[in-house]
Design a protein around this ligand. Structure first.
Ligand SMILES: [Zn+2]
Length: 268
């Protein structure tokens, strides 16, 4: 499903459904008219909530500002779930001299090994973003106050260890809700989505993943991977070789989106 037009935001749809209900009631329409209006509104709201690129509840930054260049950005979510795997990923990125962005979960930044990986990400020129504290399955039911707390807690941990406060936030599962939108407005972070979901957590096979990504990749893409996956260090060299062969340049997410990644340290 492609991005929704800008005017098709949550409040507009809600207002639309209510107005149509009003008109239907005024004109004494049959019950199934209400059902159709309701189901249409519900379907739009469902896709708007689950598709981060739809900009339904809040504006999310998902692709390059300048789509004429053959540039892409690579992102990894859920770190640092497995420090051993993350280090293997960092080794490969270092070998190919490719920058990436790691959206880390606050609760996954507690052990000494996890903190060492966090510091290494920053020291080797990668960006660190905020991916909530709990990554709870119920994140989309959280109050805006609780979402704010999750973001601030994770910011604090990251800043404590790398001296920079992230401005990039990627909501867990890419779900956006009115409460998350309200929270983001308060903390002033930029919501970061993606254009290419690799589905690496589902595919789990380097050859099949390569085929999928090759088929979908286009200029200006933001690609989503997970650095804790066991097979990913076998996939990455194949993918990076492919990018070289096809003439793609991997740039930092801040450069691709033309946004500042940290609060206290301009990175572009
Ligand atoms: Zn995640």
């Amino acid at each position: 499903m492609g991005p929704f037009p800008k005017y098709l935001r949550f409040n507009t749809v809600l207002l639309g459904v209510l107005s149509l209900f009003g008109i239907a009631a005024f004109l004494n329409f049959a019950w199934w008219v209400y059902l159709i209006i309701f189901l249409t509104g519900f379907t739009i709201a469902y896709f708007g909530t689950t598709q981060i690129a739809s900009n339904f509840h809040l504006p999310a930054y998902c692709q390059a500002v300048d789509l004429s260049k053959k540039e892409i950005a690579i992102t990894f979510d859920d770190g640092v779930l497995n420090p051993v795997q993350s280090n293997l990923v960092l080794d490969i990125l270092q070998q190919y001299q490719v920058p990436a962005t790691f959206f880390c979960i606050g609760k996954n930044l507690s052990s000494e090994e996890q903190i060492d990986v966090l510091k290494r990400m920053d020291a080797e020129g990668h960006l660190v973003g905020n991916h909530s504290f709990s990554h709870s399955n119920f994140f989309d039911f959280f109050s805006s106050k609780k979402v704010v707390q999750e973001i601030l807690d994770t910011d604090t941990i990251i800043e404590q260890h790398i001296g920079k406060k992230p401005l990039f936030f990627r909501p867990p599962y890419g779900i956006t809700t009115p409460n998350i939108a309200k929270a983001l407005g308060q903390v002033k972070h930029k919501t970061i989505g993606w254009t290419l979901r690799s589905l690496d957590t589902v595919i789990k096979d380097e050859q099949r993943l390569l085929i999928r990504v090759q088929k979908k990749l286009k200029k200006g893409d933001v690609i989503l991977f997970h650095d804790h996956l066991e097979f990913l260090p076998r996939f990455l060299p194949l993918f990076l070789e492919y990018l070289l062969k096809e003439g793609y340049t991997v740039v930092g997410l801040d450069q691709l989106l033309q946004l500042q990644a940290y609060q206290n340290k301009p990175s572009i």
